[in-house]
Design a protein around this ligand. Structure first.
Ligand code: DGY
Length: 323
């Protein structure tokens, strides 16, 4: 029997690519350049599985291409807002993601951004690198203390809970959260966490606000000018979720005019473009979407996609089926 044909849209860790090659007729992307719309359409017509990631916009137009052969899209990532899920459902196309394996690394990056922003680490490092540091000073680079403060989480899924654990058990932080669905009581109890009745209440009370909701139309600009103005002037906003959850223009204004003290971002509206206004600010920590970027996690993500497609080709339902 012929091996199923699999097209991978970006480079993956070499050990996972090697595994893929033992099982399938694989086309890897040696150049690692994101594929064009036409190339994605051709891939849809020639492969049995397309292995995508956050940099591939899989639109309805691509999904509904004539003579589509692809039966499963294995997305390398827990978020799948890069794929038109309604169109995939209508086209009877299976889509999978990679939950669980990136939870801790992404929560670590959220905590890193929180600490960087609170303690003004980017500014301090720039001072050293630019040879502008001339010695210790009692009033130099004073930031905000993290230990014992209140962390507000918008969204309370796996990554938010992992961050809450690190913040509560490691830094003695008080945890507030807002989530529309009912959280698991055992986790809420373990973290002595308090559920806010709405986002506004959380924004008013928290010293640090971290975003953990999915991207997409329902959460676009959830943090807008009105809501940013509710935050404390000493508060920091952390975003490791998706860029469009925050109105970038409003956040730049908030940081320039001192409505809040700082921000830490790993994701951007319209990335890889970054609003030039962010680059002019001192009170912001900026990372290039590295939430899941550890060797262990990226290998585990690739293996998770492998498991999903092999289950699919064995005629069963993949564990991480989204639709
Ligand atoms: C994820 O897994 O959603 C990361 O943001 C990378 O796409």
């Amino acid at each position: 029997m012929n091996k199923p044909k699999v097209i991978v849209t970006r480079r993956w860790p070499s050990e996972v690519e090697a595994q893929l090659k033992t099982r399938y007729d694989v086309q890897c992307n040696e150049s690692d350049t994101p594929m064009t719309v036409d190339a994605l359409k051709r891939a849809m017509q020639s492969a049995d599985a397309l292995l995508t990631t956050v940099t591939d916009a899989i639109t309805a137009d691509i999904i509904h291409v004539d003579n589509r052969q692809v039966k499963i899209i294995g997305n390398f990532g827990v978020g799948y807002n890069n794929i038109d899920i309604q169109a995939a459902k209508a086209a009877n196309l299976t889509v999978t993601n990679t939950p669980h394996v990136l939870t801790d690394c992404t929560a670590d990056i959220a905590m890193l951004l929180l600490l960087m922003s609170a303690r003004r680490a980017p500014e301090a490092e720039r001072m050293v690198l630019n040879r502008q540091w001339h010695g210790w000073g009692p009033t130099q680079l004073l930031g905000q203390k993290v230990t014992g403060k209140t962390l507000g989480l918008i969204g309370f899924g796996r990554i938010a809970q992992a961050m809450a654990r690190k913040a509560h058990h490691g830094f003695g932080m008080k945890i507030l959260f807002y989530v529309p669905s009912d959280p698991e009581p055992a986790i809420v109890n373990e973290l002595h966490a308090t559920r806010c009745t709405n986002i506004e209440e959380l924004l008013t009370e928290a010293h640090f606000v971290s975003l953990h909701c999915p991207g997409g139309a329902d959460t676009k600009h959830l943090l807008n000018e009105h809501r940013l103005k509710l935050m404390r002037p000493t508060a920091h906003l952390i975003n490791t979720a998706r860029g469009d959850v925050v109105d970038s223009e409003a956040l730049i204004k908030a940081l320039k005019e001192g409505w809040i003290a700082g921000a830490g971002l790993d994701v951007y509206e319209g990335e890889p473009a970054i609003h030039p206004g962010f680059l002019e600010l001192n009170n912001i920590a900026l990372l290039p979407h590295i939430g899941s970027a550890s060797e262990e996690t990226r290998i585990a993500m690739g293996n998770r996609v492998l498991d999903n497609i092999s289950t699919f080709f064995a005629g069963q339902t993949p564990t991480d089926r989204v639709v």
